[in-house]
Design a protein around this ligand. Structure first.
Ligand SMILES: [Zn+2]
Length: 311
């Protein structure tokens, strides 16, 4: 039986898993320098392998990754130019494939939902994007594709962390929702949002959604604006990809149907982007924090089975 391994490098925790006749995994705090990170991944893989050779290792990591497995930078870790693909290949002498963490999460969800064509948006600190076509990740001509968070939805709009203006991420990330919530609280001293969160520095992505349930008008304006911008991003995705489903993950997706039903209603107003076109389902991610690790293993499985370009 072939054993495939997966690695999900996270801003805080790194998960390493191996799948053969059984699944086994370990996790550890992500080291903040290149050598320590590489060594701890190799050590964890060797431990999980118990002397057996892996058929391949799939890796998901934050940042922009090229097809050879080189990551430009991982801002949360303060690591730049990490050739993690080459490092793992030479340490283990097995095929290694590396891609962005949102890509592997999308593939993980596609397997979990048994859907071969989907787009995933992760609404967290930023907005991550992953595209799965025919059961495989769409990575671009030489990697770095699917930066859906940086599609511009408002020309000349809010400043985005990437340096552009008006990106989806500047409107639909948890950070953007928090900033809008804070602005609304500053404008409305009588808002119930103050009762739910008296300390304005402690506002999170839930405050506006919780306050609107209590009938707070200012909170409702915040969530409506959030949903409208997210909806515009989704309409663009519908028009470009027309996937079977758009999967919503990340912290904000925890709002569940209160978010998704409203996004569906928004998209319905615009015929899901085009009159008489098929309507992609809009669904909540199922796998949670394991999506990346699961997807990393699924990615290396098809790459090895396809005898892909990577040795
Ligand atoms: Zn951007």
């Amino acid at each position: 039986m072939k054993i495939f391994a997966g690695v999900d490098i996270g801003g805080t925790t790194t998960k390493v898993g191996a799948l053969g006749d059984e699944f086994d995994s370990v996790s550890f705090a992500t080291p903040r320098n290149k050598d320590a990170l590489t060594e701890s991944i190799v050590e964890a893989l060797k431990k999980l392998g118990r002397g057996r050779k892996f058929a391949g290792v799939g890796v998901g990591c934050p940042g922009a990754v090229d097809l050879g497995g080189k990551v430009d930078n991982m801002p949360n870790l303060g690591i730049e130019d990490l050739d993690i693909g080459e490092r793992l290949r030479s340490a283990l002498n097995v095929p290694v494939a590396v891609t962005n963490d949102a890509n592997v999460a999308a593939l993980g969800e596609s397997k979990r939902w048994d859907l071969s064509d989907l787009v995933m948006l992760t609404l967290g600190t930023g907005v991550g994007g992953g595209i799965v076509i025919g059961g495989k990740i769409y990575e671009g001509h030489n990697g770095k594709a699917a930066e859906l968070g940086h599609m511009i939805i408002e020309a000349g709009g809010r400043k985005c962390a990437c340096g552009m203006n008006g990106c989806l991420e500047a409107y639909a990330s948890a950070s953007a929702l928090i900033a809008s919530t804070v602005r609304a609280m500053e404008r409305h001293a009588d808002s119930l949002m103050w009762e739910l969160c008296p300390n304005i520095d402690a506002v999170d992505g839930k405050v506006a959604f919780e306050a609107e349930k209590l009938g707070d008008k200012a909170a409702r304006e915040v969530t409506e604006e959030y949903i409208n911008y997210l909806g515009i991003g989704i309409l663009n995705i519908c028009n470009i990809f027309r996937p079977e489903a758009i999967i919503i993950g990340g912290g904000i997706s925890e709002q569940g149907e209160n978010l998704l039903a409203r996004v569906r209603r928004f998209c319905l107003k615009f015929d899901y982007g085009y009159k008489n076109a098929p309507r992609p389902q809009i669904l909540k991610a199922k796998l949670g924090p394991l999506a990346g690790l699961y997807g990393a293993i699924e990615m290396i499985k098809y790459k090895v089975e396809d005898n892909n370009e990577r040795p």
